[in-house]
Ligand binder design. Structure first.
Ligand code: G4P
Length: 528
């Protein structure tokens, strides 16, 4: 790479922001995504993101199961341009389609936007996704949505962030009224008021002011709301956390924005602040140390494999996060695990509506690679090198089934199916440590079982039986004297595919008592 090319690479990397939105279903993720895409001109009409799913079902042959259930199993990627930035939004599937893919997608993001419903506060799925972001130490930005509805007191919400998630916060703006009385927000960083006109036009205007005590706010919002605003902000100035950029970048302090996605209120301010504060594509750890995004040589890793985009072709799509350098169509790269050179001929990039063939892409971008069955989750591709990126973490499953094959003659296909689907990351497989070896599947979302059953039949011709087990927790057990006898009451000791011991527990109580009884052992939530 010559000097000019390096300069171009640096510029392209600096422009990029790759993030995921984490939230509990119904908080408004689809709505917010759609508004962000509208700002970027990536879609023309509101309602397109939701429509997208429906349209895809009509025109393509995605998994039957998606059609039957009317949901999307894929986590897709959307890219748009905004004021000189290139923005990549990674969609993290929620609802019933919550799966390990949802978690793994977060490993491809450099920042997260945590979307919270002003009335409901921090909810279960948000907590789980937050913990994955926390584990990675990525910056987290909070958008508190649905300000046009009655919700909790903003101070209570901040306290909840701290008590439930353990993250401190810095409100970037502050509501002036809420629900029917919503008048606007006061922008603490720019000292201005964004007014929400609560009539049929829902117009939004911006009014610069000289601090929150400016009497003009009184004229706009009325005495009562202005007094409340002054009291709140005085309290924040005195007792709130100061804004510290290094803490934001370390994921220890979350900038908080209030708004209403559906009314497009506060969304643009959020986007602009986010683009300014969020980091450009970050380094990833590899067997040869940290690899920076501006490293001239192309490299990346597969974080997700989507099977059966078109069953007629049995094709799969491997989603690759580009970690460094520039990608060019047709380039040859090394598939490190396989020890082979491969040509990246027909990669796809993801926009709001279509999958386009991509000619070039840069660190921070996600590309979809046609996969004839050569990729596994975590595979590294590099140009002119042979290092590997750190393995993606294995997440602790929460739902378990015993699996048996209905027709014993199909055992070989069954084994092949299990092996491949484990490699793809559809399920985790455990074997009981007892004499009568049983196979136990573990997942984080119910749909993974359904996908597994469906694909075993569809692709491997194997009918299986799944019997739900009562376990709720899995912990990898590490230590010298692991005694299966100590895991018999409301628990069981099994082994994962690498032979590590894993203990399954029926309840939190069973887990706690095992911890007490085995103080010499370590219990890990992720595979060692
Ligand atoms: P999700 O992807 O996180 O599941 O949420 P989604 O955007 O689908 O939003 C869930 C519901 O919340 C939708 O209503 C949506 O219109 C509503 N919503 C999103 N943002 C706001 C907001 O700022 N204020 C208010 N009041 N509502 C908001 P729905 O009735 O379930 O669906 P729809 O019929 O409106 O599409």
């Amino acid at each position: 790479m010559n000097e000019q090319e390096q300069r171009k690479l640096n510029e392209e990397v600096a422009k990029r922001r790759t993030f995921a939105i984490i939230s509990h279903p119904d908080a408004g993720k689809t709505t917010l995504t759609e508004k962000l895409l509208l700002f970027g001109g990536a879609i023309r009409l509101a309602g397109t993101v939701k429509g997208r799913k429906a349209a895809k079902f009509a025109t393509s042959d995605w998994m039957e199961i998606e059609k039957q259930r009317g949901i999307s199993v894929t986590s897709s990627v959307m890219q748009f341009d905004y004021k000189g930035h290139k923005v990549n939004i990674l969609d993290t599937p929620g609802h019933q389609d919550f799966s390990e893919d949802t978690y793994r997608t977060l490993t491809a993001a450099d920042a997260a936007v945590m979307l919270i419903d002003v009335a409901k506060g921090v909810e279960a799925q948000t907590i789980k996704l937050f913990q994955v972001c926390r584990m990675r130490g990525i910056p987290i930005f909070t958008f508190i949505n649905k300000l046009d509805r009655e919700g909790q007191n903003p101070f209570d919400l901040l306290e909840e962030l701290e008590n439930v998630l353990g993250i401190r916060s810095y409100p970037m703006n502050w509501p002036i009224g809420m629900g029917k009385a919503l008048c606007g927000v006061y922008d603490r960083t720019k000292s201005r008021v964004e007014l929400y006109h609560n009539d049929e036009h829902r117009e939004i205007t911006v009014q610069p002011v000289a601090g929150y005590e400016d009497p003009r706010i009184r004229e706009m919002a009325g005495e009562h709301l202005h007094d409340e605003l002054c009291q709140d902000l005085q309290l924040l100035d005195v007792a709130g956390d100061p804004f510290e950029m290094d803490k934001v970048l370390a994921g220890e302090l979350t900038p908080v924005f209030f708004g209403s996605a559906i009314n497009n209120f506060g969304v643009q301010t959020f986007l602009e602040n986010f683009l300014q504060l969020a980091p450009s594509p970050q380094f990833r750890k590899s067997t040869e140390g940290e690899v920076e995004a501006t490293e001239p040589k192309f490299s990346g890793y597969v974080f997700k494999i989507q099977a059966n985009m078109n069953p007629a072709h049995r094709d799969r799509l491997a989603f690759l996060r580009i970690v460094s350098g520039k990608f060019e169509r047709g380039m040859s790269v090394k598939h490190v695990r396989a020890g082979k050179d491969i040509k990246l001929a027909q990669p796809q990039q993801f926009l709001a509506q279509d999958r386009d063939i991509v000619d070039e892409a840069y660190a921070g971008d996600i590309i979809g690679l046609f996969d004839p069955g050569i990729f596994r989750i975590g595979d590294t591709l590099v140009q002119g090198g042979s290092f590997q990126y750190d393995e993606l973490p294995t997440f602790s499953p929460e739902l378990f089934c015993k699996v048996t094959v209905k027709n014993a003659l199909k055992h070989k296909q069954y084994q092949k199916g299990i092996d491949q689907l484990t490699e793809e990351g559809t399920i985790q497989v455990f074997h009981s440590a007892s004499v009568f070896e049983e196979t136990i599947l573990g997942v984080v979302g119910q749909l993974q079982f359904e996908v597994f059953e469906h694909r075993m039949k569809g692709e491997y011709g194997v009918d299986i039986m799944l019997q739900r087990l009562n376990y709720q927790f899995a912990r990898w057990v590490v230590g010298k004297n692991i005694d299966p006898g100590k895991f018999r009451i409301n628990s069981q000791l099994v082994k994962d595919k690498k032979g590590n011991y894993v203990a399954l527990f029926e309840s939190e109580y069973a887990l706690r008592s095992a911890l007490e009884r085995n103080s010499d052992l370590e219990f890990l939530t992720n595979a060692p």
